[in-house]
Ligand binder design. Sequence first.
Ligand code: FES
Ligand code: FES
Length: 201
Amino acid sequence: MKKYCYQNSRRQFLRTTGTLAAFSLAPTMLVKAFPIENAIPQPVPKEKITLLVNGIERSAEIDGRTTLLDFLREQLGLTGTKKGCAMGQCGACIVHIDGRRMNSCLSLATFNNGKTVTTIEGLAKEDQLHPLQEAFVVHDAMQCGYCTPGQIMSGIACIREKRAGSREDIQRYVSGNICRCGAYQNIVDAIASVQESGKTV
Ligand code: FES
Ligand code: FES
């Protein structure tokens, strides 16, 4: 038993000192592999873009890595479009690009140079809400409201693309829009009511 313990602790000792030696060598090896000038962040070249956002031409010079979502929210101040997951899984950031719905967190702003973008802020006409915005109020289709802009943009696309023929079709189409408050039935009610009304969306 004693022998086993001795061997065990000796093995542990060697493992520990080996690991420490590796860590102490690592910085030297890293500096050799990546000279210090490579470690200094280089300025990112700016790219000029022009988009038609909610009917207004918007031009800016931006870091080419900027997503459309961040461009809309942080540079244009259009914070109605929400950032949920920032990885294409919740639908909170959906906008329309050239009339088609898109997760704006998944698209670089520069990819949309010259395109037409509509956000939730671009739906109402002065004091007149969009029919689907009205339906969301009538059908109480929101609780905290965080997912609502994405749900509405998705719902409009669903009707425009003629995919709102039944509740099941609507549910399938908007299944990428997550509502943490669980207002799903009311959201489908709202979309179905606009579809049945025949109003232009
Ligand atoms: S923030 Fe874009 S899909 Fe979640
Ligand atoms: S209303 Fe709260 S997340 Fe949908």
